[in-house]
Design a protein around this ligand. Sequence first.
Ligand code: GDP
Ligand code: GDP
Length: 442
Amino acid sequence: MVRMKPVIALVGRPNVGKSTLFNRMTKSRDAIVADFAGLTRDRHYGDGRLGDREFIVIDTGGFEPDSSSGIVKEMAKQTRQAVAEADAVVFVVDVRGGLSAQDHDIARYLRSVNKRVILAVNKAEGMQESPLLAEFYELGIGEPVPISAAHGQGIRSLTEMALEPFEFEEDEAPGDDDQEGLVVKLAVAGRPNVGKSTLINTWLGEERLIAFDMPGTTRDAISVPFERHGQRFELIDTAGLRRKGKVFEAIEKFSVVKTLQAISEANVVVLLLDATQGVTDQDAHIAGYILDSGRAVVIALNKWDAVDDYQREMLQRSIEQRLAFLKFAPMLYISALKRQGLGPLWKAIADAHASAFKKMSTPVLTRLLHDAVQHQAPKRAGMFRPKLRYAHQGGMNPPLIVIHGNSLEHVTDAYKRFLEGRFREHFKLVGTPLRIEMRSSR
Ligand code: GDP
Ligand code: GDP
C-alpha cells in the first residue's frame, strides 16, 4: 500500500519569514532569502523530514486578497492553490510587525477552507513570554505558536503540531519487507502534455497486463497493481488516475505535489519528455527532483513518431546541456500514441529496478576495489596516501557502497568516479544512482 507524504503549505503576507521557515524545514540548498518583500513569487516545493517522518513543504509568495494589481492577484492565486494542495497550513505572522489588515484577510480566508491551520508567530526570538503574542488570538485561528525561523527556535514543535494527525509508516530498512524489491513501484513523471496519460492508458489497455482491484487508498493516493510477464508492478498515480467501470483511466491533471509524492513512493521513475519540444525548464526541474530523491530513473523520449530532423538535433543538444546529471539513466525513444518502443521501455524499467536492488557481497566488492587500486592507485595528498582496505554494501535503492580504509578524506572526486565506473560495469548497474561513501578508521 502506498501512503503519500503529507503536505504543509506556508502562507502569510510578504516579509513575515516564510522563505526563512521554508529553508529551515527543508534545509534546501538553494536558499533564496533576502531582506525585501516579494522575492519568492511562485510556489516552491521542498522535502522536509522530522525524525523518520517525511513531508512536503510548499512556500508561497505573499498574499493580498483585496488588491487588484496583477502580481498581487497572482500571488493570491498561488496561495489558494498551495492551500488546496496541502494537508495542513502554517499561517505565518510577524510579532515585530504586529497584526495587519492583510493578516485578517488571510485569516478570514483560512477559516473558510476547513483545513488544519497552525498559527506561527515568527521573529519571536527572546519574546516567548511577551504579551504581544496574545494579540494574535484575535485572528481566530487558535493558539499562537511563537517561533524564530531565523534562529531555528520552535520549528520542531511547530512541525510536530502540523503533522500531528497524520499517520506514518514504520520506517523499514531496505530489504526488510518481503515485498521490497519484488514489486516494481513505478511512477511516470513529466510536465503537462508530454503524453503521461496516453502512455498510462496504452499500458493499462494492454491485454498482457492484468490490473488488479484497487486497494484501500489513503489521502487520494491511487496506485494500480498489475502484472506483466510474471513481474509485479504497482503504478503510482501522477496523472489523475481514476477508475472507469472495470478499467482505469488517466485523465490529464498535472499536480506538482502528486508528482513529488509519486516520485518519492516509487522505486523506478519514468521521466517522460516530449521529443518534439526538447528539454524545457520544467523538465529539468522534475529531473533534478528525481535525482535528489535517489530513485532509479529511465528517460523516455515520447512522440518520436512526430520528430523531424531539426527537432532531433535540438533535442540531442538540450539533453546534453540540461540532463547531464542523469547520465546514468538509459534513454528510450517511444511513441505512446503509436505503441512504439514500449517493449524496450519495459525492459529498461526492469533493469533499472534490478540495479536499484542489486545485492553486492563484501568479498566481491573488496576484490573489485583491490583490482581497481592495482589498475590505478589513488593519488597521494601531501603526506597521505589513501589506503582503500575493503568495501561492503551499505544499502539498496539506491545502492550504497561503503569503502573502509585510512586517509580516505583525501580520495578525489575523480577517483571516486573511476571506482563508480568499475562497480557499475561489473554489476551492470543501469538507471540507478550509485552512492559511494568513504569511511576512514582514523
Ligand atoms: P517571506 O517574504 O515571508 O518569505 O519572508 P523572508 O523569509 O524573506 O524573511 C523576511 C525578512 O525577515 C528577512 O530579512 C529575514 O531575515 C527576516 N526574518 C525571517 N525570520 C526571522 C526571525 O525569526 N527573526 C527575525 N528577527 N527576522 C527574521
Ligand atoms: P499528459 O498531460 O502528459 O498526460 O499528456 P497527454 O497524454 O494528455 O498527451 C498530450 C498530447 O500529446 C495529446 O494530444 C496526445 O495525443 C499527444 N501525444 C501523446 N503521446 C504521443 C505520441 O507518442 N506521439 C504523438 N504524435 N502525440 C502524442
